[in-house]
Write a protein that binds this ligand. Structure first.
Ligand SMILES: N[C@@H](CCC(=O)N[C@@H](CS)C(=O)NCC(=O)O)C(=O)O
Length: 224
């Protein structure tokens, strides 16, 4: 938390707690969609700041000043601190708004199931998609990577969703927002979801949520 010494009108020094509206740094169609969905689920006010990947700038200036990683998402908190890493931002949003049930309670078995999913989406699916988006790899290498490394993961997700509406069963959590976010990239990298009926149903189910619809609209995107 940032505490800024300041002077009150009567001349005494006292700490002022700087309070800002949260800011979500994003780029349309990127992994900033999931935190945006979570913020809307939590009903938290926030501003959105678009990042230009090519120049690493925003309307405010140099994006490296916000995060030296230069990647989105980044969430500037209401005390001015900046949080990065999608899976961590999602946990922060959920934990700051416990009444919304965006993650199960600390210590519960269900919480660790949700964290398993967050980690799986981040390290297997998100990273896997990053390979498919890479400008440094030929199409043939990407196809081999998909077949060797990713297709079994899609099959796992599809099977799980065949008996669960959301990753935890019948209740939404922030891992669903992240899962939806990365799976929505499939058409952009020619991943064919036609064989994954339950993934497609999950995507359609997610797109019925007002938080998802509003987030897509805010990024100028359309439901599939
Ligand atoms: N480890 C980060 C990775 C974030 C990431 O890969 N962001 C991508 C968009 S989905 C990005 O900013 N790419 C542009 C760049 O790195 O220049 C996280 O999980 O949040």
């Amino acid at each position: 938390m940032s505490i800024r010494p300041d002077t009150c009108p009567s001349g005494y020094l006292f700490p002022l707690f700087a309070v800002f509206q949260m800011k979500l740094y994003f780029s349309a169609g990127s992994c900033g969609l999931a935190p945006q969905i979570a913020l809307r689920e939590a009903g938290r006010p926030f501003d959105m700041v678009a990042v230009d990947f090519k120049t690493k700038t925003t309307a405010e200036g140099d994006y490296f000043q916000v995060t030296p990683k230069g990647a989105v998402p980044a969430l500037q908190l209401d005390d001015g601190d900046v949080l990065t890493e999608a899976a961590v931002i999602l946990q922060w949003i959920a934990d700051r708004n416990p009444a919304d049930g965006l993650l199960p309670p600390f210590g519960s078995r269900a919480r660790y199931m949700a964290l398993e999913w967050l980690n799986f989406v981040a390290t297997d699916l998100h990273r896997g998609f990053a390979v498919l988006f890479s400008p440094f790899l030929e199409r043939v290498a990407k196809t081999r990577f998909f077949e060797g490394n990713l297709s079994s993961k899609f099959a796992y997700v599809d099977e799980h969703l065949s008996i669960n509406d959301y990753v935890l069963g019948d209740r939404f959590c922030v891992a669903d927002a992240y899962l939806y976010n990365v799976l929505s990239w499939s058409p952009r990298v020619d991943v064919d979801l036609s064989e994954h009926a339950f993934i497609r149903k999950f995507m359609a189910r997610m797109e019925l949520r007002p938080s998802v619809r509003a987030s897509l609209e805010a990024e100028g995107l359309r439901a599939r």
